[in-house]
Design a protein around this ligand. Structure first.
Ligand SMILES: Cc1ncc(C[n+]2csc(CCOP(=O)(O)OP(=O)(O)O)c2C)c(N)n1
Ligand SMILES: [Mg+2]
Length: 644
């Protein structure tokens, strides 16, 4: 049955009203100078099916009703199931803020606007409700410019976030009054859509459209509101969210995919973030079992296939599973489900260029533009990952795929590869050596890998983990394994330090029933630790695991490898982060020994309070992020001759 992007009650299915995709909805996707809105995406490829609203919304919302523009704004957010808004208070939106609480919206005040976006991002990712977006708001000018990094991160994490940007009053624009900047161009390249509320009369319309596009296109959208437009009477209806039916993709491409898989001798599945977003794990498990084919997680989507399943291979990409890489290198057909096949996620690792160049590639993505963008593909399916997996599974039903003839040998090899990688990881996850940044592995008394192994052992099954950008966080890719989708929120392709902790806070608000843990390096922690104040004040029991190695390790590794250990700007002098956390009113435990790691994590989770687990680790460093992008220094001027 068709999936409807809504969580409405089943009775709504009785009221489906079919519309063509050629009329009004398609027009919304073009630039409209008159309204001042811009869309950066092509029309959604799936056939749109509008559903008559049966929301349990009050009747008055559906008939023109007199209200203020602030009321229209807030009521439209309520209609889109907004329950939390992250931000920092500002006069620009105070008239609306004043009625958030009676509307049933909790305003979560934070310490820095960048983190408000990361929280909205983590909230939406953890909730994973296709009809709910994260929401953030801030003061015009500086509050809004502080949003930028968070919005770029959400863009590359494909997270639906409605970024509300009140701006200078419409009558003062261009005069350089106070807190003025041109707020639309700033976000142009990092949003799916931008709306400018050109009149209070269109507040509800634009607010609705932003929520609609954020969830439909999975990304941040900007709702830019001149601050004076929060005031004034309007007579409007509150638009009901319009669910859009999504599909498995074109019949012809699905058929070709099934044919390719049926004749493949050694097919491998890559399960990507799109599988998690589509709630499609069961469908992928079924297809994998049907073909008896191994499944690799795409880079940083370790929750896209259950680690306890015998066909699970682990993650590809930086610091991922060697077993997964070896397996995919031998594939003759790759089915990439819900993956844009991002270039960074398939770079050579461990000196091994594993991407199978001669394999036939089938790629499934909801966005047509991404098909074949980064890799040559043989079949591109523009569709939902779950529905495509189901459709291919159905097409294969009753056939006898060629690969089943060698299933026993292939599966035995898969188990062998996994066992070999596990053994290698065990050998690496110890504390030996001198512990210096140049040390090849290990490093006493506590090496980062050893700490990561101990954390892995103590990690509760239902935990959600967000990871930051840094050397140790990247190595954690090999040690983070999940059975439940919606458990892993890594800083994705934007790669900014400072993502993980606020993302974990947002996730905790979305899923208070699950432990929410962030992994962060000590350098990056300096960007996030202020949010412990928010955790304490707002009672958000997220836990930050801070790896204290006294360095900006990931960057120092480049100095080790390319700049003869000249450590410019990469050494840190840290206080105790556990102590700082306690001073701020949260929990804090500092550990230095391997046997202390697991119990400390367990006790912090059990406390039910926010807290910091500070793990003092050696300075040993793993492979750099960008070996591909660095080269040995060349100096021509005499004064720099020795700097090689
Ligand atoms: C906002 C931002 N600034 C700078 C960088 C460049 N950068 C990438 S990793 C890294 C070092 C991270 O150090 P730390 O958080 O201590 O983790 P470690 O590498 O030591 O494990 C830096 C500075 C970045 N990715 N994001
Ligand atoms: Mg560090």
């Amino acid at each position: 049955m068709a999936t409807i992007r809504s969580t409405r009650c089943l009775s709504s299915f009785a009221k489906l009203v079919l519309k063509t995709n050629e009329g009004g909805s398609a027009k919304l996707w073009t630039r409209s100078l008159h309204s001042g809105t811009t869309s950066h995406q092509q029309p959604a490829p799936a056939v749109a099916v509008a559903v008559e609203s049966v929301e349990e919304s009050p009747e008055w919302r559906t008939v023109p009703t007199k209200m203020t523009s602030s009321e229209a704004f807030v009521e439209t957010m309520v209609a889109h199931k907004t329950k939390h808004i992250f931000g920092i208070v500002g006069s620009a939106f105070m008239d609306a803020l004043d009625i958030f609480e009676p509307a049933g919206i909790r305003f979560v005040p934070v310490q820095h606007e960048q983190n408000a976006v990361h929280m909205a991002d983590g909230y939406a990712r953890a909730l994973n409700d296709p009809s709910v977006a994260g929401v953030c708001i801030a003061q015009n000018g500086p509050g809004i410019t502080n949003f930028v990094t968070g919005v770029a991160a959400a863009y590359w994490a494909h997270t639906p976030v409605v970024v509300i940007t009140p701006e200078t009053g419409s009558l003062g624009q261009g005069l350089g009054g106070f807190q003025e900047t041109n707020q639309l161009p700033i976000f142009e390249e990092i949003t799916k859509y931008q709306a400018h509320v050109c009149s209070p009369k269109r507040m509800a319309e634009f607010t609705n459209r932003c929520f609609q596009y954020a969830t439909l296109e999975r990304g941040p959208v900007q709702l830019n509101i001149p601050r004076d437009h929060f005031y004034g009477d309007v007579t409007v209806t509150i638009p009901a969210p319009q669910p859009v039916e999504i599909s498995a993709g074109g019949a012809e491409s699905l058929k070709r995919a099934a044919e390719l898989l049926s004749s493949a001798k050694n097919p491998v599945i890559v399960s990507g973030g799109g599988v998690v977003m589509a709630n499609g794990i069961d469908a992928v498990v079924r297809l994998a079992e049907q073909l008896k084919t191994p499944v690799c997680n795409s880079y940083l989507h370790n929750d896209s296939f259950p680690q306890s399943h015998e066909l699970w291979m682990g993650p590809l990409g930086y610091q991922g599973s060697k077993a997964a890489m070896k397996t995919i290198s031998q594939a003759d057909v790759v089915l990439a489900l819900g993956s844009r096949l991002g270039p960074f996620g398939s770079l050579p690792q461990y000196g091994f260029d594993y991407w199978p160049k001669s394999a036939k590639i089938i790629q499934v993505d909801t966005v047509a533009r991404r098909l074949g963008l980064t890799k040559n593909i043989d079949v591109g399916i523009c569709g939902d990952a779950k529905m495509a997996a189901e459709a291919i599974s159905n097409l294969l039903q009753g056939s006898s795929p060629a690969c089943l003839q060698t299933a026993n040998e292939r599966l035995a090899q898969v188990q062998e590869e996994k066992a070999a990688w596990e053994k290698e990881l065990d050998a690496l996850s110890v504390s030996t050596g001198d512990g210096s940044p140049s040390s090849a592995f290990g490093g006493g008394p506590l090496s980062p890998r050893h700490a990561l192994r101990e954390l892995e052992k103590a990690m509760p099954k239902d935990a959600m983990v967000a990871t930051d950008i840094g050397n140790i966080c990247s190595v954690s890719n090999s040690y983070l394994r999940f059975d439940t989708p919606g458990s892993f929120f890594a800083a994705m392709a934007f790669g900014n330090c400072g993502y993980a902790f606020p993302a974990a806070m947002g996730a905790k608000i979305a899923r208070p029933d699950r432990p929410s843990i962030a992994y962060i390096g000590d350098g990056a922690w300096g960007m996030s630790l202020n949010e412990i104040l928010t955790c304490v004040r707002e009672n958000i029991p997220a836990i930050g695991v801070v790896f204290n190695n006294g360095q900006w390790g990931a960057e120092k590794k480049n100095q080790v490898d390319f700049y003869a250990d000249r450590f410019v700007g990469t050494n840190l002098a840290n206080p105790s982060f556990a102590e700082i956390s306690r001073t701020m009113g949260a929990e804090g435990i500092r550990v230095t020994k391997p046997e202390e790691v697991g119990p400390a994590l367990t006790s912090l989770i059990a406390s039910g309070k926010p807290g910091v687990l500070e793990i003092v680790v050696s300075q040993v460093l793993a492979d750099p992020f960008r070996r591909d992008a660095l080269s040995a220094p060349v100096r021509h001027l005499e004064k720099y001759k020795t700097f090689v």
